[in-house]
Design a protein around this ligand. Sequence first.
Ligand code: SIN
Ligand code: FE2
Length: 217
Amino acid sequence: MAGTLDLFEHEPGPPEPIAEGAYLLRGFATDISTQLLNDLQHIAEAAPFRHQVTPGGYSMSVAMTSCGELGWVTDKRGYRYSPVDPQSNQPWPALPESFEQLAIDAAATAGYPQFSAQSCLINRYETGARMALHQDKDEQDLTAPIVSVSLGAPISFLFGGPTRSHQPARVKIEHGDVLVWGGPSRLFFHGVAPLGKRADHPLTGPVRYNLTFRKVL
Ligand code: SIN
Ligand code: FE2
């Protein structure tokens, strides 16, 4: 049975270093992925996914929403964190317990024991959606790591270095994988390659979700 085999393919392994201070925790979230996806659907009912516009006027290919105290937003005025969803003027949905605990556990496993998330950005990738190389630098507290959880269809994650010209490593990321980067690699450039036409997962079909947990202030 394909489903049974799948369970064995994604057994969590030890943290794999991918740069200084950066680790890939393969399969770390697989066991609780059904709960995470269920909680994600509830968040998206309260704060629907939307394609935000960059300060340069481009509509992002990745659809986004947020939960937690602060949500990451962009529009023509710039990138920033907001305590309310600009679409509804209401606070973002609270961080579900499943999200909060996973972020703490993953950070601790990667060597960041003090982490607690103030914000969870939820990205939804459909076929062809991508994220250009960028740094996560809209946060005031750069001592806290970034915790990035992947659910659904696989994608190639691009993990670069301190400058844009640094050739990024291409890391295949699958359902349940968690990336944690901080310390010396906190401001490293990263992005994701376009989601492939044949990318698929039994729980999400041709869609990939990413949860990015951040301490902002
Ligand atoms: C991001 O860096 O903003 C998103 C990364 C991802 O979707 O894996
Ligand atoms: Fe990022």
